[in-house]
Design a protein around this ligand. Structure first.
Ligand SMILES: [Zn+2]
Length: 380
């Protein structure tokens, strides 16, 4: 098991340790949660900001002048701006030779590197992924995969040039995307060329088409290619993976050298009405009751709290959880809220699920320090 750790510099001299979970924003907010709720939860102050709402509001941010996290009321946070929203399925067929199509709330913006960097300068993030082309679904033609690589390298060069001439981005890290779909030659070329450029980290991109299906990655297909890409990258620079990652997939990716993740898994599970219950610490479980009706001899990652079996279950989502939802509410109440489509249902689920996933990453970091990741893996 790899025990790679990095210290990522952020605002006000702070630093963030990897393996790191970035909480994904949608349209400038954590889905279902307010800034006050987030402060109460004491989550890791690191966020992933998809670019579409930023490039559609660049003029507002330029007038504001203090950057994205201040605008969102989340100052002193690590923020990473990325071209696509990993929680939303890609819409293929809209990229052009000179631009990438970014979507937000059904509105398309065709973004050139120059437009993208104008948004980056206005947002002043701690880090950003250079504009790239990841449209390489399974079955994409060789021509399409080659185009994705060459276009992404051209866009990276233009983003690097604009960053170098912009004093407001002197402290921002730039990540280059490794593209090429499921093609070993394209991937090798993309990695070799990107490594030669003055980037601070890498996005391992284009293995899926985002959205909930990103969690269906077939590990036996992806692992050899992922491993060969990661071996070609310097150990000294962090590697970001975007997409829905189950606990097992997260540990698999950490094992082969991924350092940074984002929280679209939490979002998708919440939208499905699921409450996470997988083991997220090495502590013995005080009660074996992972679900009064769940089979105890089977490892389950979540409870489907929409299921009528929970309508009279007055235990918390997870017995040993200390989050607000588990301290104050029952599975039965959340089942009722979901059945009656009350807005509070996803709010309480998101509080628990994000807390649970954050504790999982905290445990992973502790395990990296104490060389005990295998003990955590045995529980998952
Ligand atoms: Zn909880």
């Amino acid at each position: 098991m790899s025990r790679r750790t990095h210290l990522l510099p952020g605002p006000y001299g702070q630093s963030w340790t990897t393996p790191l979970l970035l909480t994904s924003l949608k349209g400038g907010a954590v889905p279902h949660l307010t800034k006050e709720t987030l402060a109460y939860m004491e989550i890791e102050p690191a966020f992933l900001a998809p670019a579409a709402p930023i490039v559609q509001q660049t003029e507002v941010l330029e007038k504001y002048q203090k950057g994205l996290t201040s605008f969102l009321g989340l100052p002193h946070q690590f923020s990473l701006m990325t071209p696509l929203d990993p929680s939303v399925p890609d819409r293929p067929g809209f990229h052009t030779q000179k631009s990438v199509a970014l979507w937000h709330n059904g509105n398309k913006t065709s973004v050139t590197p120059e437009m993208y960097m104008r948004g980056v300068i206005a947002a002043q993030p701690s880090a950003f992924v250079a504009l790239c082309d990841s449209e390489t679904p399974v079955g994409a033609s060789n021509k399409r995969k080659g185009k994705a690589v060459s276009k992404s390298l051209d866009f990276l060069d233009r983003c690097l040039l604009m960053k170098a001439s912009e004093p407001r981005l002197s402290d921002s890290l730039i990540f280059g995307a490794i593209e090429g779909g499921y093609d070993a030659q394209c991937r090798a070329f993309s990695a070799k060329e990107t490594v030669q450029r003055p980037v601070d980290g890498f996005l391992i991109d284009g293995f899926h088409t985002n959205g909930v299906t990103s969690g269906d990655l077939i590990w036996s297909d992806a692992q050899p290619l992922l491993q060969s890409i990661l071996k070609a990258l310097p150990d000294s620079k962090p590697r970001l993976y975007q997409g829905s990652c189950s606990p097992k997939m997260t540990l698999d990716l950490i094992e082969i050298g991924i350092d940074m993740f984002e929280s679209s898994y939490v979002f998708h599970e919440t939208e499905a009405g699921h409450g996470l219950i997988f083991p997220n610490t090495l502590k013995p479980v005080t009660s074996p009751d992972n679900g009064c009706h769940a089979s105890l001899d089977k490892k389950v990652d979540f409870l489907d709290l929409k299921d009528p079996q929970f309508k009279d279950d007055f235990s918390p989502i997870h017995q040993s959880c200390t989050c607000y939802s588990c301290r104050k509410h029952t599975r039965a109440y959340i089942n009722h809220l979901l059945a009656t489509k009350e807005m509070l249902g996803p709010v309480l689920l998101m509080i628990h699920n994000l807390h649970h996933y954050q504790i999982f990453f905290r445990t992973i970091r502790e395990c990296c320090e104490t060389d005990s990741i295998s003990a955590l893996r045995a529980l998952i």
